[in-house]
Design a protein around this ligand. Structure first.
Ligand code: 5GP
Length: 187
């Protein structure tokens, strides 16, 4: 059976990290790609676990050496997915999941049309703003930058294969499971 690449995207504060965590807890056989970023670690984030934290020079070097499957600049920081890990998982016969922004997701789809794109949408824009502010991980300038991205993210999300509205977390996790089970059956 062919193994697949699943890409989960959605705006900041939409809860995609929580949905993904819930899914991986129930499905530990899935591999999660760890991205590289030039963003500073948030409190509690660990290098090599949450991200590979890099300087801009290190990131640029990886771009020059064509190490990224995709990369983007999101709200002032660089983020990228190393191609080596993805290729390795797929050739080892493992399903893999990426949590990246909508620009990156569409770039992956261009290179790997068989990738399955799943967009996590907020129940409303107000709910999204409340969640983003409520987690207290960003300053006001960063919150504004992230909110400015939301409309274009929702627009890009329209060309994804699936959309899940994250109104109730357990329901969103079950919907993600249903989508992935269906895709696995068709693989
Ligand atoms: P955060 O700074 O909140 O961890 O992530 C900001 C945005 O960058 C999120 O939408 C997240 O999904 C996205 N992101 C994380 N890693 C990558 C990556 O490797 N590539 C791309 N294109 N986006 C990423």
């Amino acid at each position: 059976m062919n193994k697949k690449l699943y890409v989960l995207s959605g705006s900041s504060g939409v809860g995609k990290g929580t949905v993904l965590k819930g899914f991986l807890k129930r499905n530990p056989n899935f591999m999660l790609s760890i991205s590289c970023t030039t963003r500073k670690p948030r409190e509690g984030e660990i290098d090599g676990v949450n991200y590979f934290f890099m300087t801009t020079d290190e990131f640029q070097k990886c771009i020059n050496e064509d190490k990224f499957l995709e990369w983007t600049n999101f709200a002032g920081n660089y983020y990228g997915t190393k191609r080596k890990y993805i290729d390795q998982c797929l050739s080892d016969g493992k399903d893999i999941i990426l949590e990246i922004d909508t620009v990156g997701a569409l770039n992956v789809k261009r290179q790997m049309p068989e990738a399955v794109l799943i967009f996590i949408a907020p129940p409303s824009l107000d709910a999204l703003e409340q969640r983003l502010r409520g987690r207290h991980t960003e300053d006001e300038e960063t919150i504004q930058k992230r909110l400015n991205e939301v409309k274009s993210e929702i627009e890009r999300g329209k060309s994804f294969d699936y959309t899940i509205v994250n109104d109730e977390i357990d329901l969103a996790i079950s919907q993600l499971e249903q989508i992935i089970n269906k895709e696995m059956k068709n693989a």
